[in-house]
Design a protein around this ligand. Structure first.
Ligand code: ZN
Length: 142
């Protein structure tokens, strides 16, 4: 077990699947810095629900696009006692977070450090992903 920063350690980022059983992990240290920044902003502990996904785990999800989770550049997070829309609105202001997903049903926010030219944000509604329009912002208080 290794400490990566003041509030995070390697186990926060390890793959949680049954194939690798957490043996594997990659983490982009820029992402750890961002998580510290988020915790500092809200003065609370940031919970990392999912971060690195090993190849077997990723393949089991049947996604058709390469995921930043497999590169150690993405995390699903929430903060106890902070509304998800408030968390999302804050992460939108952080430079270097170019992939942002709002998951109201699942109760987490996706963040990733993809390159700025691939900047993208989305909302997951049921099984589908939609872009964040002015109307969606009103609907979810974003
Ligand atoms: Zn795994």
């Amino acid at each position: 077990m290794a400490r990566l920063s003041e509030h995070f350690r390697d186990e926060d980022f390890r793959c949680r699947c049954n194939f690798c059983k957490g043996q594997e992990f990659r983490i982009h240290l820029g992402l750890v810095g961002v998580l510290e920044m988020i915790g500092e902003h809200f003065k609370k502990k940031v919970s990392v629900l999912s971060a690195y996904w090993c190849d077997e785990h990723y393949e089991s999800l049947n996604r058709n696009s390469r995921s930043y989770h497999t590169m150690g550049k993405a995390a699903h997070i929430k903060i106890e006692g902070i509304e998800l829309n408030e968390l999302f609105k804050y992460v939108e202001t952080i430079e270097g977070l170019n992939g942002l997903g709002f998951y109201p049903k699942e109760g987490f926010v996706h963040i990733d450090t993809r390159p700025s030219e691939k900047k993208e944000s989305w909302i997951k509604e049921g099984e589908s992903y939609t872009s964040i329009t002015a109307e969606k912002r009103r609907q979810y208080g974003l």
